[in-house]
Design a protein around this ligand. Structure first.
Ligand code: PEP
Ligand code: MN
Length: 332
């Protein structure tokens, strides 16, 4: 249950109410919000004078639920908005990993040529093997920061573990929490304590309930700027890297109030399938796409097989523009 309490209520009363309903307290500018476990279904008569509004839920998908907020939340990324009343669709492109200044300058030139706003590249990489490239770390963040001041792009970069959350919060315009970190409560809780937008990727073995509940850790910390990213789940299929769950995307659109981004690159795992999938994603009328693009995918230090080269992306971009128009979206 979510309870809205008047901001003028004294703190002792708020604490009493929070204790009575085992609630997490969120202090907003306009309101005190108490979020209780969803098993609470009603407010006691004695408490009603303090409760302006009460929302009851079937499950612990609460703050993220479209039953709480029918309209999609808007998330501000630099000077742009996604969600809310905007019809923007974010193309978050860039290499899987930042590898060198030369590489990221080439990526920046491509974004500038196409008029895109947001560069995505990882510098702390959560790899499946400890023996492969782990990312440039802090040095990469500094290069991304240089690109940001040179071009004014928004930067999306990934937090790998709790050792560098603060650094990522400082450098990123959007903090990406990767599929393997989706269950890291240290990261989730810390991201709940900032107002920086968070791009939360779905774990590949995570059902939709668990995925949205992970977002509730951030939301209940007080950070309302959460974007959900479906990036493929593991199924019995082995011919593709993962299976992009477009049914799941439809579920998230219908049942949550959070902007949704789709990532065809990690789902497919092979560049040949990415353009068709990206077009299908755009046609789903969602808030964004994450597509991996590298100046020379053959030599990429991570996710080489799935990254598009710049010409492939230029071609894809032309058709994405048409589909965006068809679903009444404006590419940013
Ligand atoms: C990535 O975005 O480069 C990445 C590592 O993705 P995921 O966390 O979805 O595997
Ligand atoms: Mn990648």
């Amino acid at each position: 249950m979510i309870l809205h309490i008047d901001k003028t209520t004294d703190s002792q009363k708020i604490q009493q109410l929070a204790d009575a309903y085992e609630a997490i307290t969120i202090i907003r500018d306009d309101l005190i919000v108490l979020v209780t476990p969803s098993r609470f279904k009603s407010v006691d008569e004695a408490h009603k004078p303090w409760v302006k509004e009460a929302f009851v839920f079937d499950t612990d998908i609460q703050i993220a639920s479209s039953k709480y907020l029918a309209q999609k939340r808007s998330v501000k990324i630099g000077n742009n908005l996604i969600g809310g009343l905007s019809r923007n669709v974010l193309l978050a492109i860039g290499p899987c990993s930042i590898e060198s200044e030369e590489q990221i300058q080439k990526t920046a030139s491509l974004l500038k040529e196409l008029g895109l706003s947001t560069l995505r590249a990882g510098s702390f990489k959560p790899r499946t093997s400890p023996y492969t490239f782990q990312g440039m770390g802090t040095a990469g963040l500094k290069l991304l920061d240089k690109i940001r001041s040179q071009y004014g792009f928004n930067i999306i970069t990934e937090v790998r573990d709790s050792t560098h959350v603060d650094e990522i919060i400082e450098f990123a315009d959007v903090i990406q929490i990767g599929a393997k970190s989706m269950y890291d409560h240290g990261i989730l809780r810390k991201c709940g304590k900032t107002n920086k937008p968070v791009l939360l990727k779905r774990g590949f073995g995570t059902n939709l309930q668990e995925f949205v509940q992970a977002s509730e850790f951030i939301l209940s910390g007080g950070n309302e700027n959460v974007i959900l990213c479906e990036r493929g789940i593991r199924t019995f299929e082995t011919k593709t890297r993962f299976t992009l769950d477009l049914c799941g995307a439809a579920y998230l659109k219908e049942n949550t109030n959070l902007p949704v981004i789709l990532d065809p690159s990690h789902a497919m795992g092979y560049a040949y399938g990415v353009p068709d999938l990206a077009r299908a994603c755009m046609a789903m009328d969602i808030e964004g796409l994450l597509i991996e693009v590298h100046p020379n995918p053959a030599v990429a230090m991570s996710d080489a097989s799935q990254q598009l080269d710049h010409d492939q992306f230029r071609t894809l971009y032309q058709s994405l523009k048409l589909i965006a128009q068809a679903v009444n979206r404006n590419i940013i």
